[in-house]
Design a protein around this ligand. Structure first.
Ligand SMILES: Cc1cc2nc3c(=O)[nH]c(=O)nc-3n(C[C@H](O)[C@H](O)[C@H](O)COP(=O)(O)OP(=O)(O)OC[C@H]3O[C@@H](n4cnc5c(N)ncnc54)[C@H](O)[C@@H]3O)c2cc1C
Length: 413
């Protein structure tokens, strides 16, 4: 008789957990209150950023943040009304940015990324998704030599983790991406960075595969998770109780309350992000471009060209401010002369973010049968398969390939 597991949340993380648990013989039920992958996993920038091993909480960000936050439509927005709510998170972010903590988190992130890359390769192979991957790397762009020089410590730290990159100028820069504004004087090419054809299509294809392999989907909102004899009891919004042998909490930015009910106070908040997806052909884009100084990326997708990024603190309920998406599109047009900016679709998504830029993956305090898999911030698509593998290890009682101590819910005290 196969064991039974319920996965709360059918975003890319929940789906990757489903993939890995099915492979180990679990009977899997996804429980999702909305559409499959219609949360953060719907409209992200599609990067498999395995080379992005530097946690966002870093000394460099602390230097840039004050100027960013003063620009009303800049890369970082902090509405004054949300400040009291987010202040404890920001204090933790600042602590995590201190050099020794940042170094430690970099080692953890690098190990997680190594596993994530291996697990993604295996998962896409097993699920027939390899045709949805683009292997053309990422090009980070700079407006001055000084900006490139300022980025050097970060590249040196990546080099220590074995990340390959190439600083480029002139003809090599133009070869990697023709048609750039002359304002962009240099770049850094990371060849092992990948993208997917479209994050929503990618997730739906994974869902189709796990469904074909036996995963069931229940459309419902989970209100409570509690240990019960020999298993776990889930209470749904209509009052129905559902018994299962194990549970994975993968509800993205909405996981905090359910974790609290299991006795874990996790400082999960959301970094809201915006983008505009232009119709295919809006620009002859050769690979994903990163404008690090402006906090956005431009991604070639099968469904069009996606311009976006930015971080806005503001929680899960404030209405979106699409002027942010407009502002990034205007900047992109200035950097990519000839970009056709008409006909775009705007989107806002909720990154599930912990202040130390690492996810929560591990056992709940209340029960070893409830496993957390949330809080991947800017990197949930990238780390989805790696997370699935760790979750499968934990539920099987095996030691995961990554030391999960640094990822446990209780690490914030
Ligand atoms: C603008 C932007 C760009 C990004 N770019 C990238 C990128 O290029 N690469 C990358 O790796 N990451 C990127 N990210 C981050 C990435 O999108 C997220 O980290 C990832 O999608 C999180 O996946 P998830 O499955 O944890 O959450 P989600 O996709 O949000 O899924 C959580 C699911 O849980 C469901 N749910 C919540 N509560 C309940 C409940 N009580 N009962 C039942 N269901 C529930 C929700 O409906 C939702 O479907 C980006 C994010 C944004 C916003």
């Amino acid at each position: 008789m196969p064991r039974e597991v319920a996965i709360v949340g059918a975003g890319i993380v929940g789906l990757a957990c489903a993939h890995h648990l099915l492979a180990e013989g679990w009977r899997v039920r996804l429980i999702e209150r909305g559409g499959v992958a219609e949360g953060a996993s719907f409209g992200n920038a599609g990067a498999l950023a395995f080379t992005d091993v530097l946690p966002l909480a870093s000394p460099g960000i602390l230097r840039k943040a004050p100027a960013w936050v003063l620009d009303p439509l800049g890369p970082l927005a902090l509405p004054p009304a949300y400040l009291p709510r987010i202040a404890p998170w920001l204090v933790r972010f600042w602590r995590a940015s201190l050099p020794d903590r940042h170094r430690h988190a970099t080692v953890v992130q690098a190990a997680l990324m190594q596993l994530a890359a291996q697990a993604m390769a295996a998962m896409t192979q097993a699920a027939g998704l390899t045709g949805r991957l683009r292997h053309d790397g990422n090009l980070e762009l700079y407006e001055s030599e000084a900006e490139l020089i300022a980025s050097e410590p970060g590249w040196a730290a990546r080099a220590r983790e074995g990340i390959a990159f190439e600083h480029v100028r002139g003809a090599r820069l133009a070869e990697l991406q023709p048609g750039l504004s002359p304002r962009l004087v240099a770049g850094t090419f990371t060849p092992n960075w990948m993208t997917v054809d479209d994050p929503h299509r990618f997730a739906l294809a994974l869902h189709a595969d796990v469904t074909a392999k036996g995963a069931a989907l229940t459309r419902a909102e989970v209100r409570d998770i509690a240990p019960a004899d020999e298993g776990v009891r889930l209470t749904l919004a209509d009052g129905t109780a559902l018994r299962t042998e194990a549970c994975v909490l993968a509800a993205g930015a909405w996981s905090r309350e359910l974790a609290r009910r299991l006795g874990d106070r996790v400082p999960l908040d959301t970094e809201r992000g915006y983008n505009t997806t232009l119709p295919p052909g809006a620009f002859d884009l050769r690979r994903q471009l990163t404008f690090g100084g402006h906090g956005f990326v431009v991604t070639p997708l099968a469904t069009g060209l996606r311009v976006g990024g930015a971080v806005e603190f503001g929680g899960l309920h404030r209405p979106p401010n699409f002027a942010r998406a407009d502002a990034m599109l205007r900047k992109a047009a200035a950097f990519l002369p000839g970009l056709r900016t008409e006909g775009g679709r705007q989107w806002m998504g909720f990154r599930p973010s912990l202040p130390d830029s690492l996810p929560v993956i591990g056992l709940s305090r209340a029960s070893p049968r409830v496993i957390y898999a949330f809080g991947h911030g800017h990197l949930g698509l990238t780390q989805s398969a790696g997370t699935g593998r760790i979750v499968a290890d934990l539920l099987a009682g095996r030691e995961p390939a990554v030391a999960v101590e640094a990822l446990r819910a209780g690490r914030f005290g």
